[in-house]
Design a binder for this molecule. Structure first.
Ligand code: NAG
Ligand code: NAG
Ligand code: NAG
Ligand code: NAG
Ligand code: NAG
Ligand code: NAG
Length: 278
């Protein structure tokens, strides 16, 4: 796996600093890429605006969106992914907020990725479809540690390995799997794995394994919940249910995760999760 560029692994403690600027909730995490800057009124900026304002019309039918616009160096590639069980209207609304928010938090960056809990938006001057190399992970960790760590991790790993295989075996429209198992104190562990549907089975597996490695590298083994967001996949688990699955239960927001304080941390304020609606 590649954590070779730690400067790109921005784990961001999100906090409300400018309530008047926008109605969009803050991202759980975002990463501004280093593939270059655009300038005001440039062709790249125009293409980016056009791409983002049209992206919501490209729904594959299962919450995946992709659109590229422009020529040569000014070509902008974008894609978005909603959690596989997300209500379509909520998905569009999450995408809408992402489209406003991401250029705000990464001004003049040609490449960026932003993560709400249940939707992700990315754009780049490099092709994003089938691209495993785009950088930008976000890690959220529930600070609570399981009582019998080894047993918990054993059960968790078995669950997540199954979900990884199930998600990777998905088709070209949806690579998404959820499930549960019993952890150390007879509590239920809920897991979710999703890849962007443009990935092959092998690419999906590789991405989830990379995500898991990054999670372990962050020192979070044995915590009762955690999420790794990557531009092409996501690895999540918790002892509280945070997804609908196929069962369409009452919608519940993800439990408040606590971001691991791994440098560079841009703020030391506590995470205000109650504002996050996705
Ligand atoms: C982009 O802008 C940043 C400052 O916002 C600067 O540090 C960086 O060198 C610029 N990158 C390029 C490729 O020009
Ligand atoms: C960008 O375009 C707008 C409208 O054409 C103009 O008012 C503004 O001065 C331009 N800004 C720059 C930095 O060129
Ligand atoms: C897509 O976004 C545009 C611009 O925000 C908006 O006018 C339009 O209603 C959206 N379409 C859908 C399907 O959400
Ligand atoms: C769960 O599914 C129901 C029915 O489709 C939907 O109304 C609800 O918004 C979904 N919850 C989430 C978190 O997407
Ligand atoms: C766990 O998943 C099974 C399906 O595999 C489901 O029937 C059951 O309701 C789930 N348990 C909980 C506590 O959500
Ligand atoms: C991306 O968009 C193109 C053009 O609409 C479409 O043909 C392709 O199937 C999309 N890719 C995925 C993985 O949905």
């Amino acid at each position: 796996m590649s954590t070779g560029k730690p400067k790109l692994l921005f784990l961001i403690l999100i906090y409300l600093t400018n309530t008047t600027a926008s109605a969009q909730p803050d991202f759980r995490s975002y990463v501004c890429g280093d593939s270059g800057n655009y300038t005001t009124n440039s062709t790249y900026q125009t293409n980016l605006k056009t791409t983002l304002s049209t992206l919501n019309t490209t729904n594959s039918g299962f919450g995946f969106f992709n659109l590229s616009i422009g020529q040569g160096d000014n070509r902008v590639h974008s894609a978005a992914l909603c959690q596989g069980d997300m209500d379509p209207d909520l998905c569009l609304s999450c995408l809408h907020d992402s489209i406003i928010k991401l250029p705000q938090v990464c001004p003049y960056k040609k490449e960026a990725v932003g993560y709400y809990g249940r939707c992700m938006l990315k754009y780049s001057n490099v092709e994003v479809i089938g691209n495993m190399l785009m950088e930008g992970s976000g890690i959220l960790v529930n600070i609570q540690t399981a009582s019998d760590t080894d047993r918990f991790v054993g059960a968790l790993d078995a669950l997540m390995n199954k979900l990884k295989a199930d998600a990777a075996a998905g088709d070209s429209l949806l690579k998404f799997a959820t499930g549960n198992t019993t952890g150390s104190d007879f509590e239920t562990i809920y897991g979710l794995v999703q890849c962007t549907p443009d990935l092959s089975e092998t690419q999906c597996t590789d991405c989830v394994e990379d995500a898991y490695s990054e999670y372990l590298s962050s020192g979070s083994r044995g915590k009762v919940g955690g999420t790794v967001f990557k531009p092409v996949c996501r690895y999540s688990y918790d002892i509280q249910r945070f997804y609908n699955g196929s069962t369409m239960v009452i919608p519940a927001p993800p439990p408040p995760p606590i971001l691991q304080a791994t440098p560079p941390v841009l703020s030391t304020q506590p995470l205000n999760c109650n504002r996050v609606t996705y």
